[in-house]
Design a protein around this ligand. Structure first.
Ligand SMILES: *Cc1c(COP(=O)(O)O)cnc(C)c1O
Length: 371
C-alpha cells in the first residue's frame, strides 16, 4: 500500500508568496507582499539584536510580556490573548480545533487564500460566497451557512481587494449567525483603517462567545520575518488554542521585538501617515492612466487592467522588466488585476512612471511637450 496523505491534502493549491527577485535585475521594487516600506521600528531592531546571546534559551511559552503589552496598548484582557507564529498559524490552529472532514469553512469569494488552504489541510470543505463590487456581502455569506458550517472567516479589511465593512455590518453578520459557528475577524490591516465607523473586532469578542479577532505584526509593524501575530478570543476559545498550539510556538526575539514595536507609537504613526499620503496618490495616478484602482483600506491597491490596456499579464511582464514586482492575482480569481503594496515615495513614483510607459501615456506626454 502506498503512503497516502489525509483526504483533501492533495487538493491544496500551495500558497504562492510574492516574488522577491527578478532574474537579471539587481535592484527591484518589491510591492508584492504588503510589507511596510518603513521597515521595523529601530527599537524593535534593538530588542531583536539584544537577544543574540540568549539563543540557547527556550522562549516564554506563554508570551506573557507580549500579551500584557498588547492588553495595555489596546485596553484588552491579557488572558484572552493567544500569540501565534504569524496570524497564519492561528488560522491553521482555529481550523484544526473547530473543523474536520465533512465540515464547511465559509469565506467570501476573494477572501484571503490561507482560509481554504487551512480548511483543506484538515479535510474540511472550503465554501465561498459571492461578493458585491469586490466587497464581502453579509447576506450572501449568511445564505451559505449550513448545519455543517463550523467557521466563517472575514478579513476586514480584506486582502487582496482592500474593501472594508463598517462595524454595523459586521455586527449584523454576528447577530444572524448560528451560535455554533465561529466568526473569525482577520484584522491584519486594522492599523491602517481611518474610517470612523470601523471596529477591528475586539468589542464583539468581548460580547459574544463565538467571535475571534486576529491581528499581526507583519504589516504596519514591519516584523513579517519574525512571524508573530495574536488572537483575541472568548475564554473558551483561548483555552482551546492554548491546548492545540505548540508550547513554544512564538520565538523569544519575535516576542521582544513585538513589545518594542508596540511601544514605538511614533514609528507606527509614521507608517500610517505614509500610507495615508501615498495610497490615495497612487490610486489617483493609476486612474489617470485609464486603469481601475479598487478603493482600499489597507496598505495596498488592487488595480484592474482593462483589456484595452493589454491586460494584467502583459502589465506584469512589462513591470517586471522595469524591476517592479506587484502581485499576480489569478490565484484569487482576479486575472485582470494586479495588487500593488504601497512602497516608499521613490518606489511609488517609479512604479507610476513604469505604468505610464506601459499604458502609452508617456508618449502622449512627449507629443504634448513638442507641440
Ligand atoms: C498578511 C495577512 C495575514 C497574515 O499574516 P502573518 O504574517 O501570518 O501574521 C493574515 N490575514 C491577512 C488577510 C493578511 O493579508
Amino acid at each position: 500500500m502506498a503512503l497516502t496523505p489525509r483526504p483533501g491534502i492533495m487538493n491544496i493549491a500551495p500558497y504562492v508568496g510574492g516574488e522577491s527577485n527578478l532574474p537579471g535585475q539587481n535592484r527591484v521594487i518589491k510591492l508584492a507582499s504588503n510589507e511596510s516600506p518603513l521597515g521595523p521600528s529601530p527599537r524593535a531592531m534593538e530588542a531583536y539584536k539584544a537577544l543574540a546571546s540568549e539563543l540557547h534559551r527556550y522562549p516564554d511559552g506563554g508570551a506573557v510580556k507580549l500579551r500584557e503589552a498588547l492588553a495595555h496598548h489596546h485596553a484588552l484582557d491579557a488572558a484572552r490573548i493567544v500569540c501565534g507564529a504569524g496570524s497564519d498559524e492561528l488560522i491553521g490552529l482555529l481550523v484544526r480545533a473547530y473543523a474536520g472532514p465533512g465540515d464547511e469553512v465559509l469565506y467570501s469569494r476573494h477572501g484571503f487564500l490561507m482560509y481554504p488552504i487551512a480548511a483543506q489541510s484538515v479535510g474540511a470543505t472550503p465554501v465561498t460566497a459571492p461578493e458585491r463590487e469586490l466587497t464581502a456581502d453579509i447576506d450572501a455569506l449568511l445564505a451559505r451557512v449550513t448545519p455543517r458550517t463550523r467557521i466563517l472567516f472575514l478579513a476586514n479589511p480584506n486582502n487582496p481587494t482592500g474593501s472594508c465593512l463598517p462595524a454595523a455590518e459586521v455586527k449584523r453578520l454576528r447577530d444572524r449567525l448560528a451560535p455554533d459557528v465561529l466568526l473569525v475577524l482577520d484584522a491584519a490591516y486594522a492599523e491602517y483603517v481611518t474610517r470612523p465607523d470601523y471596529e477591528a473586532g475586539a468589542a464583539l469578542v468581548e460580547r459574544h462567545d463565538n467571535v475571534v479577532m486576529l491581528r499581526t505584526f507583519s504589516k504596519i509593524y514591519g516584523l513579517a520575518a519574525l512571524r508573530i501575530g495574536w488572537a483575541y478570543c472568548p475564554p473558551a476559545v483561548a483555552d482551546v488554542l492554548n491546548r492545540v498550539r505548540g508550547p513554544f510556538n512564538t520565538a523569544m526575539a519575535a516576542q521582544a521585538a513585538a513589545v518594542a514595536a508596540l511601544e514605538d507609537r511614533g514609528h507606527t504613526e509614521k507608517a500610517r501617515a505614509h500610507n495615508d499620503r501615498w495610497l490615495p496618490w497612487f490610486s489617483k495616478q493609476v486612474r489617470g492612466l485609464g486603469l481601475v484602482p479598487h478603493p482600499s483600506f489597507g496598505n495596498f491597491v488592487l488595480v484592474e487592467f482593462p483589456a484595452a490596456t493589454g491586460g494584467a499579464e502583459k502589465a506584469l511582464a512589462f513591470l517586471n522588466g522595469r524591476g517592479v514586482i506587484p502581485r499576480r492575482m489569478a490565484g484569487y480569481g482576479l486575472p485582470d488585476c494586479l495588487r500593488f503594496t504601497i512602497g516608499t515615495a521613490e518606489e511609488m513614483e517609479l512604479t507610476v512612471a513604469a505604468l505610464r510607459e506601459f499604458t502609452g501615456h508617456d508618449r502622449e506626454a512627449g507629443r504634448g511637450g513638442t507641440r
